[in-house]
Ligand binder design. Structure first.
Ligand SMILES: [Zn+2]
Ligand SMILES: [Zn+2]
Length: 353
C-alpha cells in the first residue's frame, strides 16, 4: 500500500487565476493505477480558459490533459502494467455508453468536462497534479526514453492521428498544412512519417525557422502569396488536401483556393475565439466535389497509434517544447508563458524524477 495520502494540483478558480490546492488522494480501486506525474504540458484549451476566452468547462477547473509520469502502484486486478512503467493518459471514458461501445470514447456521454465534477466539487482530470489515481483503461505505456514533456504529446498527437484517418490521406499525396504552431507542426510531422508530401505555410519568423530546421517545405507568407506558391510547387495542380491548423477566416478561405480542381479535401483542425468564418459558395463544393471535414479530440485507438509514433521516434516532438520548465508552485508563470504568441508547448514539472 502506498504511503501517499494527498495530491497537490493546479486549479483554475476563475479567469486569470490559478492556484495550487490539496485534497486527499482518491482510493486506489482494483482496476486503477497510481501515477507519479513527471510533467504536464499546457494545451490551448487550458490557457484559453485562463484568459477567459472559452470558459465553457466551468470552475474550479483542475485541468491538464497532456500529462505523463511513472507508475507507483497498480490495482489488484490490473494486468499488463508494472511499477516503474512510463505512461501517459488516453481520454477519459466510461466504456459502457453507446459512444464508447462504438469506439468513440472521445465523445463518451459520461465524461463531459463541463458536467463532470468530483465529490468535492472540481471539474477536470487533474493533469497538473503531483500524484493521480487513474482507471487502467485510460493509461497508455510510452517509451522510458521519452524526456519529460515529450510524453505529454500522446494526447495532441492522438488528435492528429484521428484527423489523418478521417481524411484518408495516402502516401504520395501532397498536403498543405496552414500554420506551423504546435498543432500544425505535429500534423506536418505525422503526415511526413506516413510518406506524404507536406508543404507548410506560416508568417511568424520563429515558426518559419523551426519548420525549416525540421526539414519541411515552408511557404513564408510574408514573402509570397501562399495560394500562388502552392500552385507553383504543385505544377499548377493544387494540393490533394489542406489541413487548416489555425482558427482563422482567411486561412479557411485560402484552403479552397489551394486545392486541386476536383476531389480536394479540407480538414478544419483548429477552433478559435472569437469564432472564425468559412466563406465558400455551395456551388463550388458541388461542382468541384470538395469534401470538408472537422475533427476534435481522439478515441482510445488513436492514443495507441500516437504512442507508436512517439515511441519509435517516427515523430519527434523535441522542437515543439519550450526549453524552460516551471514547477507546480510556479504554475501561474507557466500559464503566462503559454499565452505568449509564437510559443510552443510550455511544460509544468510536477516531480523531479
Ligand atoms: Zn490538448
Ligand atoms: Zn462512455
Amino acid at each position: 500500500m502506498t504511503e501517499i495520502q494527498k495530491q497537490r494540483f493546479g486549479v483554475l478558480t476563475k479567469k486569470g487565476q490559478i492556484e495550487v490546492h490539496e485534497r486527499p488522494l482518491p482510493k486506489l480501486g482494483d482496476y486503477d493505477i497510481l501515477i507519479k506525474h513527471e510533467a504536464c504540458n499546457i494545451c490551448t484549451t487550458d490557457y484559453t480558459q485562463y484568459l477567459g476566452l472559452r470558459e465553457h468547462q466551468g470552475y474550479p477547473m483542475a485541468g491538464g490533459h497532456e500529462d505523463s509520469g511513472f507508475i507507483v502502484e497498480v490495482g489488484e486486478k490490473v494486468n499488463g502494467f508494472s511499477v516503474g512503467d512510463h505512461v501517459a493518459l488516453g481520454c477519459p471514458s466510461c466504456g459502457y455508453c453507446d459512444e464508447c461501445k462504438k469506439g468513440r470514447e472521445g465523445f463518451c456521454k459520461y465524461n463531459d468536462m463541463t458536467v463532470h465534477t468530483t465529490e468535492d466539487g472540481y471539474h477536470g482530470t487533474f493533469g497538473f497534479s503531483d500524484y493521480v489515481v487513474m482507471p487502467a483503461r485510460r493509461v497508455v505505456k510510452i517509451s522510458k526514453h521519452l524526456p519529460a514533456g515529450e510524453g505529454g504529446f500522446l494526447e495532441p498527437l492522438a488528435t492528429v492521428s484521428k484527423g489523418i484517418k478521417i481524411m484518408d490521406t495516402k502516401p504520395g499525396d501532397t498536403v498543405v498544412v496552414i500554420g506551423a504552431g504546435t498543432m500544425g507542426m505535429l500534423n506536418a510531422l505525422a503526415l511526413r512519417a506516413k510518406a506524404i508530401r507536406v508543404i507548410i505555410t506560416e508568417f511568424m519568423p520563429n515558426k518559419i525557422e523551426n519548420a525549416r530546421k525540421e526539414g519541411l517545405e515552408v511557404i513564408d507568407c510574408n514573402v509570397s502569396d501562399p495560394v500562388e506558391e502552392v500552385k507553383k510547387l504543385t505544377d499548377g495542380e493544387g494540393a490533394d488536401a489542406v489541413y487548416v491548423c489555425v482558427g482563422n477566416t482567411v486561412a479557411n478561405n485560402q484552403a479552397v483556393e489551394m486545392l486541386k480542381k476536383y476531389y480536394g479535401k479540407i480538414l478544419l483542425f483548429a477552433a478559435s475565439y472569437p469564432e472564425p468564418k468559412f466563406e465558400i459558395s455551395s456551388n463550388v463544393i458541388h461542382y468541384r466535389h470538395i469534401q470538408i471535414f472537422g475533427t476534435t479530440g481522439a478515441d482510445l485507438v488513436d492514443f495507441i497509434d500516437s504512442a507508436k509514433l512517439l515511441n519509435s521516434g517516427q515523430v519527434k516532438v523535441t522542437s515543439l517544447l519550450e526549453k524552460k520548465y516551471f514547477d507546480l508552485d510556479h504554475i501561474k508563470d507557466a500559464f503566462e508563458e503559454a499565452t505568449v504568441p509564437g510559443n510552443y508547448r510550455v511544460t509544468v514539472r510536477m516531480n523531479d524524477l
